[in-house]
Ligand binder design. Structure first.
Ligand SMILES: [Zn+2]
Length: 256
C-alpha cells in the first residue's frame, strides 16, 4: 500500500458502540491472516477483539484528555517502523481533547511518521476542535443491524472456543442482563447472520451438481440446522422477567 495516498489521520463520527464495532472490523481486515469474515477468530482477530493487539493502542480518557494520556503516543512513534509495518492509535472520545492536548498532537496528526495511523472517534462532531478537524478526513458511520453481531453474548454462539464454556457464558449473562427486547433484537441479528451465510453458499452453486455437493457439506447442514433452531426460538420469545432463562436454554440447546 502506498502510504502517500491514504490519509493517516481519520475522524470517525457516530454512535460510540457502533464506532467500536466498525473500527474493530477495519483493523481486522487490516491484520487478519485468514480471509477476513465478520466472525473470524484467528489469532490476530482475537487479539484485536480483546484489545491486545501489539500494533494497536486504544486510548480512552477518563474525562477530559490529559497530557499524560498522550505520552504513550510520543513514546511509541519514536520507533521507526519497518517498510510494510502498520501501527494504529485509536483515540476515543476525541471531542474531549483539550486545546492543550490538541496543540501537542497537531504536528503528529498532520504528518505521522511512516506507518503510523490515527483514528479519532467521536459522537459529537461539533465539539471537535477545528484545528483537529482540519487535519482529518471525516467518516460518518451509520448504525446498521449487523452492528450487534459483536455483542459479548453473541460471541458465545460464534466463537468455537467460547461455545464450549457454559461457565463463562453464565458470567457474561449476569453482567449483560439483556432485557426481553434486547434478547429479541440479538436473536434476530444472530438469525440474520446465519441466513446470510446460507444464502452466500447457495450463491456459489451454478448447477445441480453444486447443489448436490452443498447438500452433503457438513458445515452447510449444520448452518441449516442452526437456522431452523433459531427460527423456532424466535417464535417463542422470552416472557417478561425470563430473558436470563431464555439465554441459558438457547446456549444449552444451540446446535453443536
Ligand atoms: Zn482473522
Amino acid at each position: 500500500m502506498n502510504r502517500q495516498t491514504t490519509n493517516p489521520t481519520r475522524l470517525f463520527v457516530g454512535d460510540e458502540q457502533k464506532l467500536d464495532v466498525t473500527i474493530t472490523k477495519q483493523l481486522q481486515k487490516k491484520f487478519c491472516k485468514q480471509s477476513f469474515e465478520d466472525d473470524c477468530f484467528c489469532n490476530e482477530c482475537r487479539k484485536i477483539k480483546n484489545g491486545q493487539h501489539q500494533s494497536i493502542i486504544w486510548i480512552e480518557p477518563e474525562k477530559k484528555y490529559l497530557l499524560d494520556d498522550l505520552t504513550v503516543i510520543f513514546k511509541t512513534i519514536r520507533f521507526q517502523l519497518e517498510q510494510n509495518q502498520s501501527f494504529f492509535f485509536i483515540l476515543k472520545k476525541a471531542h474531549h481533547l483539550s486545546p492543550v492536548c490538541a496543540n501537542k498532537l497537531l504536528k503528529t496528526l498532520e504528518e505521522p511518521p511512516p506507518g503510523y495511523t490515527f483514528f479519532l472517534l467521536t459522537n459529537n462532531e461539533q465539539a471537535i476542535l477545528p484545528t483537529i478537524r482540519s487535519r482529518c478526513s471525516i467518516n460518518h458511520i451509520k448504525r446498521s443491524s449487523s452492528s450487534l453481531l459483536l455483542h459479548p453474548l453473541l460471541t458465545f454462539f460464534i466463537d468455537p472456543q467460547k461455545k464450549q464454556d457454559p461457565f463463562l457464558f453464565d458470567q457474561e449473562l449476569k453482567k449483560q442482563k439483556p432485557t426481553e427486547q434486547e434478547t429479541v433484537d440479538l436473536l434476530e441479528d444472530l438469525t440474520n447472520s446465519i441466513q446470510k451465510r446460507l444464502q452466500q453458499s447457495y450463491g456459489t452453486c451454478y448447477n445441480a451438481n453444486d447443489l448436490e455437493r452443498l447438500a452433503h457439506d457438513k458445515k452447510h447442514s449444520h448452518q441449516k440446522k442452526t437456522l431452523d433452531f433459531l427460527l423456532e426460538q424466535t417464535r417463542k420469545p422470552p416472557q417478561p422477567g425470563s430473558s436470563s432463562l431464555f439465554w441459558k436454554n438457547l446456549f444449552i440447546n444451540y446446535p453443536k
